[in-house]
Design a protein. Structure first.
Length: 225
């Protein structure tokens, strides 16, 4: 079950006024608090609710840029991860983020955790990279198939060109990826061994057609506005 849960204090308050229960209590009552629940956002958590996440092995998806843009609040990622909760990284939808850029999400997740805890040592770069990769695969229950580059797993990976002036010199590859690299530096992408991006050119999708369809839908949305 994938559910956007405890996204804002207003959402929690309206659930309480309608049902007398916070949403997580309702989920517990429905028998949905378990390791098959993927809970997105989770910015409004009390101590008892954090205990429940730990106890039931619920996965959390942190969407830092959506939470920041919409003023939703801050998910206590460092605390959750220290308690052993699997926290992965998402973008939320285009209506609340706008760029769906996982590189931006990685950097924002790191900065938000450090800034809100006033501790530059929480959520180090390697943990943030894990949130964007293997932790997501764990949440989906497919960590034995993807999420890291290992013999026996699917060939799912991208190549990042760190040779550009803005990421030179490279002292530490993971720090450079998380704190300095940007999405335009992704040069090649493979999914299950099939190359979908080669030297920044889409291999299976028609870019002109995508732009044309975006323009068409933009016009239609204006008619509904
Ligand atoms: Zn959402």
């Amino acid at each position: 079950v994938h559910l956007h849960l405890h996204e804002t204090d207003g959402e929690v308050a309206s659930a309480v006024s309608m049902s007398g229960m916070r949403p997580m209590a309702r989920m517990t009552q429905l028998g949905l608090m378990n390791e098959r629940l993927i809970a997105v956002h989770m910015t409004e958590l009390n101590a008892g609710e954090i205990d429940q996440l730990v106890e039931h092995g619920v996965h959390v998806v942190h969407c830092p840029e959506s939470n920041l843009k919409l003023g939703s609040g801050i998910c206590p990622t460092a605390e959750l991860m220290a308690r052993g909760v699997n926290v992965c990284l998402g973008t939320d939808g285009a209506a609340s983020n706008n760029d769906l850029d996982m590189w931006g999400e990685m950097r924002s997740a790191a900065f938000l955790a450090k800034g809100s805890s006033r501790d530059p040592q929480v959520l180090p770069a390697a943990e943030v990279l894990a949130m964007a990769t293997i932790n997501g695969a764990r949440a989906l229950g497919i960590a034995d198939e993807t999420g890291s580059i290992e013999v026996g797993k699917a060939a799912d990976f991208c190549a990042v060109n760190l040779d550009e002036p803005e990421t030179q010199p490279v002292h530490h590859v993971i720090s450079t990826l998380v704190y300095a690299a940007a999405r335009h530096q992704v040069s090649d992408v493979w999914v299950a061994g099939r190359q979908l991006l080669a030297q920044r050119r889409l291999q299976t999708l028609d870019e002109a057609d995508i732009k044309q369809r975006a323009a068409t839908w933009s016009e239609r949305l204006k008619q509904w506005a």
